[in-house]
Design a protein around this ligand. Structure first.
Ligand code: TRP
Ligand code: SF4
Length: 400
C-alpha cells in the first residue's frame, strides 16, 4: 500500500523542555497514529555548529531519545534512529553535492542568519554551508513525502524539492525510458491502463489538473506495481523521466504557544525553560519566582494579565472559568500572584509527572533504549539502501 511517509529530525542539543513538548512532540504523537513515521536524531547536523564539543553529542543523543520515549513517541508506531548510524545519508549527501549549485546553498536564509546569530563560532565551513543539503539527503533517502517542520525550516524543504527535481531531471532519463514506461502501463491491467493513458493525454494536451490527480490516485492504488515501475509511471504522467527522488511536502508545525518563564519564547538560549525532567520542586520554584505584571508591586495593587507571562501560561493550561477568575482577580487585586500561579504549577506538575516517571524507567534501562534505536537504525538502513541502489545505478556507480 502507498501510505504517506513522515520524516523529521531533531538536533541533540540537550534536555528537551515544555516548548519542545507543546510545539514538536505533541505533533509527533498525533502523526505517529496517522502515518508511517520516521524520527531521528540529527547528530551530524549538530556537529555542523558544535564540531568543537564532541563530548556532549552522545549524552545529548541518549537524553533526547529518552525524552521522546517519555513524551509518548512509540517505537511500535514510529521508527526511531540516529542519523550517523545510517551512513547512507552521508553517501547521498555526497552524491547530491555533485549537482548542487553553490549559489543555491548560499541563498538559503538560515545560512547567513545563523552565521550572524552564532557569531562567536566560525561557521564559514564546508559542513555548515552544506547543512540544508544534508537535510535534503535525510528526507530524500526515505522518499518521505511529508516533513513536519517549524516555520524557520520551510526554506530547507523548498530547497529539498528543488534538489529532487534537479536530480530527476538530470538522471531520470534512463535509456529506454519510454519502452519501460509502456511495459509498466501494461502491468496495470487493461482497464486501468486505458484510464491511465486517457488521464495522461488529458493532462499533457489540455493541462487538466484533475486528470493528473486522478491518474496519481490510480497509481497509488495499483498495489501490484514494483516501486521502479510506479516511479516511471509517475514521471511519465508529466512527460518527464522516472521519478527517482520524491519531492516532499512541508507539514507546517504551528508555532508553540508555550511561553518561557519570562514571557519570551521558551528556549534554552534565553534560560527560561522548564525541562521535561525537572523535579517537582524545581518546577514549582521556577514558576513561583516568575516575573508578573510589574505594576503589581504590592498585593493590593491591581494588575493587567496582558502584561504578565503567567497569564500566557493560563492560556495553555486553564479552562475558561479559571481564566475568568484570573482576569477578575488580577484586575481587582482580589487574588495575589502566588495564588494565581498555584493552578499553573499544579497543571505543569500533573503534565510532567507521567513523563518524568517514564523517563526514569528508560534511564534505568539503557540497554532497552539502545535496542529500540538499534532496531530503528536497521529498518532505516534497509530503506535507505533501496534508494541508494537506484541512485548509484543512475549515477553510473553500479559496478557489477
Ligand atoms: N534542521 C532541522 C532543525 O534544525 C533538523 C533536521 C535535520 C531535520 N534533518 C531533518 C528536520 C530532516 C526535518 C527533516 O530543526
Ligand atoms: Fe500575573 Fe496572575 Fe499576578 Fe495578574 S495575578 S499579575 S495574571 S500572576
Amino acid at each position: 500500500m502507498f501510505v504517506d511517509r513522515v520524516l523529521s529530525g531533531m538536533r541533540p542539543t540537550g534536555a528537551l523542555h515544555l516548548g519542545h513538548y507543546h510545539g514538536v512532540l505533541k505533533n509527533w504523537l498525533k502523526l505517529q497514529q496517522e502515518f508511517e513515521c520516521f524520527f531521528f536524531v540529527a547528530d551530524w547536523h549538530a556537529l555542523t555548529t558544535h564540531f568543537d564539543t564532541p563530548d556532549i553529542i552522545e549524552q545529548n543523543t541518549w537524553d533526547m531519545v529518552i525524552d521522546w520515549l517519555a513524551a509518548g513517541v512509540d517505537p511500535s508506531q514510529a521508527t526511531l534512529f540516529i542519523q550517523s548510524r545510517v551512513p547512507q545519508h552521508a553517501e547521498l549527501h555526497l552524491l547530491l553535492s555533485m549537482i548542487t549549485p553553490l549559489g543555491w546553498l548560499e541563498r538559503v536564509p538560515t545560512y547567513k542568519d545563523q552565521q550572524e546569530k552564532l557569531s562567536d563560532k566560525d561557521l564559514s565551513t564546508y559542513g555548515f554551508l552544506g547543512y540544508p543539503l544534508l537535510q535534503s539527503a535525510d528526507i530524500l533517502i526515505y522518499r518521505a513525502n511529508r516533513v513536519p517542520v517549524g516555520e524557520d525550516q520551510v526554506p530547507h524543504i523548498e530547497f529539498t524539492r528543488e534538489i529532487a527535481r534537479r536530480f530527476n531531471h538530470v538522471y531520470g532519463r534512463e535509456p529506454g525510458f519510454e519502452q519501460k514506461a509502456e511495459a509498466a502501463i501494461k502491468k496495470l491491467g487493461s482497464k486501468r491502463a486505458k484510464l491511465y493513458r486517457e488521464f495522461r493525454t488529458r493532462f499533457l494536451e489540455q493541462g487538466d489538473a484533475g486528470a493528473l490527480e486522478a491518474a496519481r490516485a490510480l497509481l497509488e492504488k495499483a498495489q501490484n506495481l514494483a516501486l521502479g515501475d510506479r516511479e516511471r509511471l509517475f514521471g511519465f504522467l508529466e512527460g518527464g523521466g522516472k521519478v527517482i527522488l520524491t519531492e516532499p511536502q512541508t507539514l507546517l508545525t504551528a508555532a508553540s504557544k508555550m511561553p518561557g518563564l519570562d514571557g519570551q519564547k521558551m528556549s534554552k538560549s534565553y534560560n527560561n525553560t522548564v525541562s521535561l525532567r525537572d523535579s517537582d520542586d524545581s518546577v514549582a520554584d521556577k514558576i513561583r519566582t516568575m516575573p508578573t505584571d510589574p505594576a503589581r508591586v504590592r498585593r493590593t495593587d491591581p494588575g493587567d494579565p496582558a502584561k504578565c507571562p503567567v497569564w500566557q501560561l493560563h492560556q495553555v493550561y486553564s479552562d475558561d472559568q479559571r481564566r475568568e477568575w484570573v482576569q477578575q482577580g488580577c484586575r481587582s487585586a482580589g487574588i495575589g500572584c502566588l495564588e494565581c500561579k498555584r493552578p499553573v504549577i499544579d497543571s505543569v506538575l500533573a503534565e510532567l509527572k507521567p513523563i518524568r516517571e517514564r523517563a526514569q524507567r528508560y534511564q534505568e534501562d539503557p540497554t532497552f533504549v539502545k535496542s529500540i534505536i538499534a532496531d530503528g537504525c536497521e529498518k532505516a538502513r534497509k530503506l535507505a539502501e533501496e534508494t541508494m541502489r537506484d541512485v548509484r545505478e543512475v549515477m553510473g556507480l553500479n559496478y557489477r
